[in-house]
Design a protein around this ligand. Structure first.
Ligand SMILES: *[C@@H]1O[C@H](CO)[C@@H](O)[C@H](O)[C@H]1NC(C)=O
Length: 475
């Protein structure tokens, strides 16, 4: 019975009581910790599920906007409760500037190179440090040169899109499959190795072989190709030949070319199709644009750079399209050392925030564009005139469809010209472009979307067109 009575143990009994209490306390503490952990995991799983499901019905970005809304009117950051490292979603332009420019060196891509490697190998999107600097310098030179060229090369691009040989089609299809695979791996981030399907790797192989065959057919790795021969004069292949001249191996060249293709192909296509989706849903804007194009270049078949610069309303339309539908709507960085974000912390959200090494910072032009305290009460609307009132003159780091800072998109000028040129040509070729009867005309941002690395409308961009020049229509 003595064992049942702690007092019978004398001093030892006291220890035992104290020990028992401690143990009890420890159990309580551990249980609380376990419950909290469980809660965090359940919340995380719930968070993941919400993320996953919202993406499955094409509503991931709307979901991110809805959680960012809780932080109106301050532009604070949101901390995701996900498994893995802490992740902040930054909204404040000062934080975007710190991440992409001022404290650029404190951040890296984390596991992105490994995620992208099967398709993109050792190209600019997967590189950091010295290798990235080398690629950037190499590609920058070619883009700068492209700025002095006339716009004829866009014509051949337009035609190439129309008549694709079967082999081209296989390449295009594989490129899509491979890109979707990359997007899936990207979303799984640290667990990317789970996504390694045979179809993904097969698609990467087909894409690689296609580019390698092209390199050999064109003799791109052979010395002396650069300076003589008819082909060297053709402006469309000039870019490729210059990159070839500075690539050490066929694989290096293949990787660079694929990176440029990835950067330029789908982003531009997304921008164009969102722009036309918006235009057919806003016929007054389309009419005004037609009038501007007609007054500056009439029905000329090939607008020049100079003429495109004299179409400011076209610039407003493209800017507004990129604001509402930035082709890369969601992006992130990983801290490579402990650093700070200048604002968003403390009780009133104005103190700096500590970001530890290994933590993630997510940024999204799509979400930021819909912040009413940045773009005003009509932030959700296609309000192209906002670009001509002067209210956005100091917009700074609230508008970053081309990133900015040391990793600013090299193709910015190129793609703006390509989109403008193509828009002008389509307006000149079709005297009417309008929303087909019965096609849904839902408010901006509520349509179904498809998010891979870029994002597009899940229902495509359907329009009704009638051929004939503007003047014929009027005549
Ligand atoms: C479009 O946005 C850029 C900022 O990225 C700005 O410099 C430019 O002036 C804008 N264009 C128009 C026509 O407002």
């Amino acid at each position: 019975m003595a064992t049942g009575n702690p007092w019978s143990k004398g001093l030892g009994g006291h220890e035992s009581i104290a020990g028992g209490l401690l143990r009890h306390l420890a159990v309580v503490v551990v249980s609380i910790a376990a419950i909290r952990l469980l809660y965090t995991i359940v919340k995380s799983v719930h968070g993941y599920r919400e993320l996953w499901e919202s993406n499955a019905d094409g509503r991931l970005l709307a979901f991110l906007c809805s959680i960012a809304k809780d932080y109106e009117p301050g532009n604070n950051l949101y901390q995701y409760l996900l498994i893995g490292p802490r992740a902040y979603h930054i909204l404040h332009p000062k934080n975007v500037e710190a991440l992409l420019s001022t404290n650029f060196r404190d951040y890296g891509f984390g596991c992105r190179p490994a995620v992208f490697a099967p398709l993109l190998g050792n190209g600019i999107f997967a590189q950091e440090g010295a290798a990235w600097k080398h690629s950037r310098e190499l590609l920058r030179k070619q883009f700068t040169r492209a700025q002095y060229q006339n716009l004829r090369h866009f014509t051949s691009t337009l035609r190439a899109g129309v008549d694709q040989a079967a082999e081209n089609r296989e390449f295009a299809e594989s490129f899509n499959v491979a890109q979707e695979g990359l997007a899936k791996r990207f979303r799984l981030a640290p667990f990317h190795f789970f996504y390694n399907s045979a179809s993904f790797h097969k698609a990467c192989r087909i894409v690689h072989r296609f580019v390698e065959r092209y390199i050999r057919e064109q003799g791109l790795m052979e010395n002396g190709q650069l300076l003589h021969g008819e082909k060297a004069v053709d402006s469309a292949s000039w870019f490729i030949r210059q990159v070839a001249a500075e690539s050490a191996t066929e694989t290096d060249l293949r990787d660079q070319l694929l990176n440029v293709l990835l950067a330029g192909r789908d982003t531009t296509a997304c921008c164009l199709s969102w722009t036309f989706r918006l235009l057919v849903r806003h016929p007054q804007a389309l009419e005004r644009l037609r009038r501007e194009v007609k007054s500056v270049m009439g029905d000329l078949s090939s607008p020049t750079r100079e003429q495109i610069r004299r179409t400011p309303f076209l610039g407003c339309v493209v800017n507004e399209s990129l604001r509402l539908y930035p082709p890369v709507p969601l992006n992130n960085r990983e801290a490579v050392k402990t650093t700070i974000l200048p604002t968003g912390g403390g009780p009133d959200g104005s103190s700096p925030i500590l970001v530890r090494k290994g933590e993630l910072v997510v940024f999204s032009q799509y979400v930021n564009s819909r912040r009413k305290n940045i773009f005003g009460a009509d932030a959700d609307e296609f309000q192209r005139e906002r670009w001509e009132t002067g209210e956005l003159d100091k917009i700074g780091w609230a508008y970053f469809p081309f990133i900015g800072g040391p990793r600013q998109c090299l193709g910015e000028d190129f793609v703006l010209m390509e989109v403008s040129y193509t828009t002008v040509r389509l307006l000149q070729q079709y005297r009417t472009i309008e929303l087909p009867e019965g096609e849904p005309n839902e408010p901006v941002g509520t349509e179904r979307q498809k998010l891979t690395l870029v994002f597009s409308s899940a229902d495509g961009c359907r329009v009704t067109v009638r051929r004939g020049r503007q003047s014929e229509a009027e005549g």
